[in-house]
Design a protein around this ligand. Structure first.
Ligand SMILES: [Fe+2]
Length: 215
């Protein structure tokens, strides 16, 4: 089985060409049986779900995804509560959240993941600085559009517990973990670029990286 991996197709932003058609063309060219999309498909959950259904209806490739932080935003949808938006994804058969995909000896476990500031530069910034989620006039948009940010550490903990529980449930399988969040510091943005010593705090958690090679 050949598995393709991509993320951040941002259909709401990338409207100059048919992103889904391009993705499916390349997936077919590459002979992918399954493509995992690791979040940020749209900034409206209904549109994310619709797009993934369309892909699966039109293609022989199997497409699965986890939402990203943008897919949870509440400024372009008829729902305000982030947990209610998240529930839409839990009901979607193409979403991997709380819906592991077994592939023989392997299992694909999906979770949005979250961030705990572990990738922010703690020599330059304090926990209180990161809690503000804004620096030099730039506001990390989750703080406006996602209620999970009232306690990012707790949300990260919940996500990790969910992953642990699913890993335990499929203890005999080899694991592929799909999240929208970065698991290792080397994937973060270069700190020499404007204010990323600060904003890397909101890209993931080193705790997801601890699973590498663990099972
Ligand atoms: Fe994102």
């Amino acid at each position: 089985m050949k598995i393709g991996v991509i993320s951040d197709i941002h259909l709401d932003i990338n409207q100059d060409f048919d992103v889904l058609a391009s993705l499916d063309r390349i997936a077919n060219q590459e002979g992918c049986d399954l493509v995992l999309i690791a979040g940020d498909i749209h900034s409206n959950a209904h549109e994310t779900i619709r797009a993934m259904a369309q892909l699966n209806q039109q293609s022989k490739v199997n497409y699965k995804y986890v939402p990203g932080n943008h897919d949870l935003w509440n400024d372009h949808i008829d729902l305000d509560d982030t947990n209610e938006i998240y529930k839409l994804f839990l009901q979607d058969e193409n979403c991997l959240c709380e819906r592991p995909l077994v592939l023989g000896d392997w299992v694909v476990v999906g979770d949005i993941g979250w961030y705990d500031y572990s990738f922010g530069n703690k020599e330059k910034f304090s926990f209180a600085d990161f809690e503000k989620m804004q620096l030099d006039g730039r506001v990390w948009q989750d703080s406006i559009k996602n209620q999970w940010t009232v306690d990012n550490a707790k949300r990260t903990e919940q996500s990790l517990q969910q992953v642990e529980a699913l890993f335990a449930e499929y203890g005999d399988k080899k694991k592929i973990l799909v999240t929208h969040m970065i698991p290792v510091h080397e994937f973060c943005v270069d700190e020499s670029k404007a204010n990323w010593a600060y904003f890397n705090a909101f890209l993931g958690s080193e705790r997801y990286g601890l699973y590498r090679g663990a099972t």
